[in-house]
Design a protein around this ligand. Sequence first.
Ligand code: DX5
Ligand code: ZN
Length: 220
Amino acid sequence: PNRTLIAPSLLAADFARLGEETRAVEQAGADWLHLDVMDGHFVPNITFGPLVVKALRQHTTMPMDVHLMIAPADPYIVAFAEAGADNISVHPESGPHLHRTLQLIRSLGKKAGVVLNPATPVQTVENVLDLADIIMVMTVNPGFGGQAFLASQLPKIARLREMIDETGRDIVLQIDGGITPKTAPLVLEAGADCLIAGTAVYGAPDYAAAIAALRATGPR
Ligand code: DX5
Ligand code: ZN
């Protein structure tokens, strides 16, 4: 992408008004809608599944960026694809065969993403870069919104930027967790393409201003 993509995370929205909250960020200038799927097993929190993704599909034309924090993930991938997900990202720890999982997502015509937890090394994606459309770096431990940004992940982001550039492929480098107008410049400087933000968008009084503030930190 030639400009920074902003993907508000619905996790911080008002869950009683998800359709409205989806339309609101689209009107406010968001690029992608980030959907955090949690199972209370892979991560210590529970959110929603394919039914909610399908219901929201009718409320937006934004690409729906589905972040699966469920284990196993494979049995549910077809359901999320059919629900209207555009991007489906998985954690390598959620199943034994990351390569096969990415192949499955792409066979459904969807963009395939790999998510790296704070303790997960960059080498985990080294041998699947040919199958990845998205690499997502967690700058918090997954499970909850509103946590503090982990600056320890900045060298990892910079290294992934180099690895992606070496492939010559169009892989989006996304950052998830603790993104604010203060931390956004740090990750953009390290080479991020796409900022996921829950609290910094949905916790703000003016969504358009919040999205503009993140974008204003500049394209890389
Ligand atoms: C955490 C989720 C994030 C979360 C980010 O497990 O993956 O997408 O919504 O929330 P903030 O932006 O508040 O850190
Ligand atoms: Zn997420």
